[in-house]
Design a protein around this ligand. Structure first.
Ligand code: ZN
Ligand code: ZN
Length: 350
C-alpha cells in the first residue's frame, strides 16, 4: 500500500522537477511509511526515514523495509544524506517546517535549491483506500458503542468534565488508542459555543446537551456529534432539534462525487434558512477526516474542493442561540461512486 502512495508522491515530484522531498508533517510521514515519528526524505529512488537515536527501534518496527538514518536531529540526518550529492532541487513542506528548521537546512545545504511546497501529501490523503476506510470504520464503531453505554450512564448532577472523561474512558476500554480530540460535552447555554470546553457545570434535567466525540484506531480518527436531553424536550428544543436533523439529512442526501464542498454546505444552510435559523448556523457544514480529525476536503460555504469517491467527510449542521443553547448533529460519511455511506451509527433518540 505504501508503495502506491510513494509512487503518487514521486509522480508529483517529477512534475515539480524535485530531486528530493523532505516530509516533516507526522501524519504525512505515517501515511507514507507507517512510522509515527518525524521525518522522511523521499528520493527519486528509495526513501530515508530521518530521525534521532531515540526512535530507531520504533522506526524499525513500524516501517520495516524502509531505510532509517539517524543524526542529532531529523534535520541533521536529512542534510547529511542530501549533502552526499546529486540533489539540485529539494522540496520541503512549507506549512510544516518552522523558520528555524528552514534556516538549519539552508545552512547545511549550500548550493542546493530549497523549494517551498504546499501540502500535496495532504491532498493525496483526502482519498482513502479500502484499508483506510476500514480503519475509520473501526474507529467509528468503537465511538458508537461507547456512546450507547455512556447514554445509560449519564444523569443530572454529573459535571460536563466528568461526562467527557467517562466517554473517553469508554472509548479506550472499547479499543481506542485515545480520543481523536478533546471530547465536547456542553450542557444548556454552553451548547451555544460550537467548540465549548467541558467545565464544572453540572448537567441539568430537561436541558439539551451537545456531545461531540471521536475515537482513534490505528491512527485513524472518527468524529460524531449528537444532541441529547436527560428528561423531556420542550417545544422550542424539539423545533430546533428537528430543523437541524432535517438540514443534516438534506446534506447527507446531497453527497455525491463531483460536487464542490460549498454545494453540500449550501443545501443544509438553505434548509436552516427556510426554518428561520440561517443566522444561527455559523460554521461550515463539514470537513474531511482521516489520520487527522480535520482534513481535506473542506465542506465550508466557500470550499471549492471537489468530492471524490473515497473521501471521508462529516455533515454537521448546528444552530447556536446565545443564552439558550445549541443543537449540532454530526455524521461521518464515506463518499461512494453514487452517493454516501454512513460510517457513524450512534443512535439519534433523545
Ligand atoms: Zn465533531
Ligand atoms: Zn467535525
Amino acid at each position: 500500500m505504501s508503495d502506491q502512495r510513494m509512487a503518487a508522491v514521486r509522480d508529483w515530484m517529477a512534475d515539480e522537477d524535485l530531486d528530493a522531498l523532505l516530509v516533516s508533517s507526522r501524519p504525512n510521514v505515517r501515511y507514507l511509511t507507517g512510522f509515527t515519528g518525524e521525518g522522511l526524505l523521499v528520493l527519486d529512488e528509495g526513501a530515508l526515514i530521518c530521525t534521532d537515536r531515540r526512535y530507531t527501534v520504533q522506526a524499525g518496527e513500524e516501517a520495516p523495509g524502509i531505510e532509517c538514518g539517524t543524526g542529532k536531529s531529523h534535520l541533521e540526518c536529512a542534510t547529511g544524506r542530501l549533502r552526499k550529492g546529486g540533489h539540485a532541487r529539494v522540496g520541503f513542506e512549507a506549512p510544516h517546517l518552522t523558520c528555524e528548521s528552514h534556516a538549519t537546512l539552508a545552512e547545511g545545504l549550500e548550493g542546493v535549491e530549497l523549494v517551498p511546497c504546499g501540502d500535496q501529501i495532504k491532498r493525496l490523503r483526502a482519498v482513502k483506500d479500502e484499508e483506510e476506510l476500514s480503519l475509520v470504520q473501526r474507529a467509528a464503531g468503537i465511538a458508537d458503542a461507547a456512546f450507547v453505554q455512556w447514554r445509560e450512564w449519564l444523569e443530572p448532577g454529573v459535571t460536563e468534565r466528568e461526562a467527557a472523561l467517562e466517554l473517553e474512558r469508554l472509548m479506550v476500554v472499547g479499543g481506542a488508542e485515545r480520543a481523536s480530540f478533546e471530547v465536547i460535552v456542553a450542557g444548556g447555554p454552553n451548547g451555544a459555543k460550537p467548540h465549548a470546553r467541558p467545565g464544572s457545570r453540572e448537567i441539568v434535567r430537561d436541558e439539551l446537551v451537545v456531545v461531540d466525540w471521536g475515537a482513534v484506531f490505528e491512527g485513524y480518527c472518527s468524529d460524531c456529534t449528537r444532541t441529547v436531553v436527560v428528561g423531556e424536550l420542550d417545544e422550542k428544543q424539539r423545533e430546533v432539534w428537528e430543523a437541524v436533523r432535517e438540514a443534516q439529512l438534506a446534506g447527507i442526501e446531497a453527497l455525491r462525487p463531483g460536487l464542490e464542498g460549498r454545494e453540500v454546505d449550501a443545501v443544509a444552510r438553505e434548509l436552516l434558512r427556510e426554518r428561520g435559523y440561517g443566522e444561527e448556523f455559523g460554521h461550515g457544514v463539514g470537513h474531511g477526516v482521516g489520520l487527522e480529525v480535520h482534513e481535506l476536503p473542506g465542506l465550508g460555504s466557500s470550499s471549492e474542493d471537489e468530492l471524490r469517491p473515497g473521501n471521508v467527510v462529516t455533515v454537521e449542521p448546528g444552530v447556536y442561540i446565545e443564552g439558550w443553547g445549541g443543537v449540532r448533529l454530526e455524521e461521518l460519511m464515506a463518499v461512494t461512486e453514487d452517493g454516501g455511506r454512513r460510517l457513524t451509527r450512534a443512535p439519534y433518540d433523545l
